[in-house]
Design a protein around this ligand. Structure first.
Ligand code: OGA
Ligand code: MN
Length: 208
């Protein structure tokens, strides 16, 4: 049976999204789940499966480096380990709730791990591509180890017209959800390795 109870945590996220186009949740995942994902990320990083993030393919490497310096690993859910499956189960539950209560029509998702080495950043951008508006919600969950100190940098800055910039520090277990097509944002230079799992809830892409 589908669970039709109101979920206060999800309701808070939905309210936030409606009111301010973003939401910050510090306890979406259990600390144990966060640690599990962190260790999965680090295992994959050691196996050198990570790739330097690319932007489309019309840019050369130097230009890409001037825009973003993180390393990413796309997670193939068919190959996901138990720790990752637990993550996707929660995402699935949340997505079903969104579809049922907000008619968002989310039918697809894509997630990657990201590692920002010291000195890297991701300049101000929007999470959508030309000719593809399928990304509806961006989700970032931070997998940093200890308490992240402000002097480590690496804050996510969300820009809203006519309002103060919103600074979000990548605290362990914190999840940020925001409207992919609306909010421009950037990752400030990091002074300490910065880990996350990042993804998008998407409508089905219509191929015209
Ligand atoms: C991205 C992004 C934000 C963050 O990967 O597109 O903007 O805080 N990430 O890691
Ligand atoms: Mn982004």
């Amino acid at each position: 049976m589908e669970d039709l109870q109101l979920n206060p945590q999800y309701e808070k996220i939905i309210d936030d999204l409606l009111n301010q186009q973003y939401s910050i949740v510090d306890d979406f995942f259990l600390m144990k789940e966060v640690e599990n994902l962190r260790s999965s990320l680090l295992d994959k990083y050691d196996e050198e499966d990570f790739k330097k993030a690319a932007i489309g393919n019309q840019f050369n490497e130097l230009i890409v480096k001037a825009i973003r310096g993180d390393f990413i690993f796309w997670i193939d859910e068919k190959l996901a380990n138990a720790k990752e499956l637990a993550f996707f189960e929660k995402i699935e539950h949340f997505t079903n709730y969104l579809n049922r209560t907000c008619f968002l029509g989310i039918q697809e998702r894509e997630f990657h791990y990201a590692l920002y080495p010291e000195g890297t950043f991701y300049k101000r951008h929007l999470d959508t591509f030309q000719n593809d508006d399928s990304r509806k919600l961006s989700l970032v969950c931070y997998l940093n180890d200890e308490d992240w100190l402000p002097e480590y940098g690496g804050e996510l800055v969300i820009y809203k017209d006519g309002e103060d910039d919103i600074k979000v520090y990548p605290l362990k277990g914190r999840m940020v959800v925001f409207e992919s097509q609306i909010l421009e944002h950037e990752v400030k230079p990091v002074k300490q390795e910065r880990l996350s799992i990042t993804g998008w809830l998407k409508t089905r892409k219509i191929n015209l």
